[in-house]
Structure formats: C-alpha cells, structure tokens
Unconditional design. Sequence first.
Length: 497
Amino acid sequence: MTRTATYLSLAGIELDRDQPRSLQQQLYDALREMILSGQLPAGTRIPPTRALCTELEVSRITVVTAIKQLTSEGYVHGIPGRGTFVAEALPESMLTMDAEPTSPEATPLTHRLSKRGAAIVSYPMEAPTVSHIFQPGVPDVTQFPWHIWQRIVTRILKTYSPHDVGYADAAGYSPLREAIAKHVQITRRVRCTPEQVIITTGTQQAIYLTAQLLLEPGDKAWLENPGYIGAVGALQAAEVTLVPVPVDQGGLDVSAGIARAADAKLAYVTPSHQYPNGGTLDLTRRMQLLEWAKAANAFLIEDDYDSEFRYTGHPLASLQGLDQHQRVIYIGTFSKTLFPGLRLGYAIVPPGLQTAFATARSNLDRGSEWMSQKALSEFMAEGHFVRHIRRMRTLYGYRQQVLIEALQQECADWLSVEPAPAGLHLMGKFKHAISDQRVAEQLRTVGIAAPALARYTIAPLDYGGLVFGYGATDEGEIRASVRKLRKIFEEEGMRNG
Ligand SMILES: Cc1ncc(COP(=O)(O)O)c(C=O)c1O
C-alpha cells in the first residue's frame, strides 16, 4: 500500500494553556477532529514526536500520551521504522451504518401483514395526545414523590451486588411479588400466595399472556361494549373471536353474554369500575359470571385497574376472592397509582397456572427489568405507596366533584353525568343525537383530549357520550375546559336545529 508522503499541517491546532482541559487532551481532540473531518485523510503520516514538540511548544510526554490514546482507539497506527499514520478504517465507521439511499426506488414497501398482525393493529389505542386535559386513564404524575424515588434508586445503585443484575426469575423480583400479594390480600380480598403473582409490563402484557396461554384460535371471548379497547389487540393476537357484551350501571350484562355466546372461553371484565361507563358489577352478577365460567370451562380476566382510588362506600371483594374454581386471572397495574411509564403490573394466576405464566415470560422476553422492580418493592415496603394513594385519593375525589359540578352547571342540557364511586374518569352520556366523534374532534382543536364514547366500542351503541379523565386535570383547567365544551354544544345545537 502506498503511503501519502504529506505531513500533517499543524496550522489548525491551537493549544491553550489557560483551558481546564489538559494539553494532551486538547492535542488528542484536535487530531481526532481533523481525522474525522477528512482534513487528515487515511494514510497521512503524523509528524515525528520531536517535530510536534518543537512546533507546538509542548513536552514530549504530552505528544506521546495523545498519540498513544489515538493509537489505542484505532484512529492512527504505527509502522515500525516508518512512523505513525492515519488509519484506513476509522472506529466511527465500524459503529455506523451507511446512510440509506433515498432514491424513489428505495421507498419502503408497505408490507402485507399476516391475518393475525392485521387483527392486532385493527383497534389502535388512543394515541398519546397533545393535551393532558381530560385525557382518560392518566394520573397526575406531577404529584408523584420523585425525590423519594430518586433517593431509593440512588441507594440501590450504591449497594447492588453482581447477583442482583444477572438473569433472574422471569416471574418477577420476589420482594415485589410479596409486597403485591400482601397489598391485594388486604385491599381487594384477593386470595393468593406471592408465587401466584407474575410481574408484567402492565395490564397489556398480562392480557396478552393470558390469551396466548389459555385460548385456541377461533375461541370466543366476551368483551364489554363499551369497553377497554386496549384489550382488543392483546386478545386478537391469540386469533380469538371477540363477542361484544352490553354493559349498564351494574356493569357487564352477564345474561346477555350467556345469550350471545355461552360457549365462550374467556370474558374480559372490569368489575370494580366498568371502563368506561363507571358501573360496579353487583354481587348477583359476580356469582352468575363465576358460575358461567365454571360451567363453560372458561376463564375470566378481572382487570382491577383503578380500584385503589375509591371515594365512597366499601369496595366489593374482587371476583378472584369469590372464585372457588380457579377461573380468574386477576390483573393489576401501577400505571394509575404511580405512573404509566413505569410499565409494571401483575397477573395473579391460579396456582395450577403459575409455572406456565412464569415460563412464558421467560421464553418470550425474560421478564421485567430489575431496577424498577426493586425500587418499587422498596417504595412499597417503606410505606410510600400507601401514603401516595391516600394523598391522591383526596385530590382525585375533589377533582371528580369539581368536574361533576361544572358539567351540571354548564352542560346539563346536553349531557348527563353520575358520580363514580372510584377511578380517574367519568362518562358523560349525551341526551340528544349528537355525534360524539364530531364533538371530540372539536374539543381536540381547542386542546381538550376527552374522547368520544364511540372510541370504546367494538359494536355500535345507540347513544353517544364523552369520557372525561380528571386525574391529571386541575381545578382551573376543569372549569375552563367545561366552558369550552358548552360553547361547542351550543354551536352543535345551532347546526342541528
Ligand atoms: C381499563 C384499563 N385497564 C388497564 C389500563 C392500564 O394499562 P397498562 O397497565 O398496560 O398501562 C388502563 C389504562 O388506561 C385501562 O383503562
């Protein structure tokens, strides 16, 4: 290989003795930049150490250290008896891919999805919205005690052992599983051991795992209508046939479900607080549902996503706590109690299924990440979890009250709304035939994220409405936004009449 005879021009190198960076670091940076910018092409010979010392008026050790570092990182290499040369292949080129050509021929094809793939994406969940105002399902993360979380995380980073950060039990970090088991035993009368608690990346994954493990393609699964659209994709991934089952103020209409598909193999339900209409499944229906599941050899997914925030009365015991026949997969999440980005939830599975769920987590994704599980278990053990819930319950209860008052004052001509015993959202039912999608669209244009009820359906409803998330919307925002809604209703009224 012929070597370029040119010597490096040192004109671009300026070393400043007053800078905090050492002279050798400055020389290293300057040479590296000249190499990367092409000012020093591959094969250029670096002047001998002595020449560099004289020219730059620095000590030999400064030059030798800078060149050594460039050599060890692969920017230059020495050839015995000849000198030091800029490398042919720079380290950066090994770390970056060539840029994709952008000619029209290179436009990506729209790939055909499998039937299953198309089903998974058929009902997109509400995209993250530009506004937090009335966005359903989100807590007020500004109220989270971040300073405590930071203290716990820092302590963990200072004290962890190599054993902690290796491959671990994919069912989850055991102190966290123990803390969750204790929490749900006390608050929800769930009957379980810590071994039955499978940590997941949230509700979504718990539904997905349940469907994958327990359903055959073509099996029927009941879904509340209106209901949690997030469950649709996770269930469709198992290639099941979804059966919409109507709901009312008493939650899922179990008799209607039996009339439509007594042979279904799964029912997804939100018995504590129906999503989104807010009803609570009464005891008679709970028993009816459990009996049906036993007779049909079906499973029930009990999504208990927000029952920690209960404002009135005593919560009914969970379905899981009433179940005598191991039919219930009880699912909980930290997305509402703490923050959605934590991506931690759990499935509490019948004893006969705990190994299958743990193995599935291991085989599919090796389990959840260690740091947040450990931080959360310490957050719970130190009592912060329960304290945070207590504090937030007061705040959310107040926000719900403000929202109801504002809606009754401003929008009673168009919308009826009932207090909800629990949760972070309210459903407002339209009193007239107005398109909820159109109203929601107009709300979005003024920065309000309340979705149309139609977004929560897999079969059309004969009424419309809006879903108001009040968790992350403060009092002032609630009042101002309800006034904007009133204006939209007035304009709609003029359009229609
Ligand atoms: C009914 C219901 N279940 C569960 C969740 C939480 O899902 P994840 O735990 O996957 O964040 C939500 C969030 O909006 C929800 O509305």
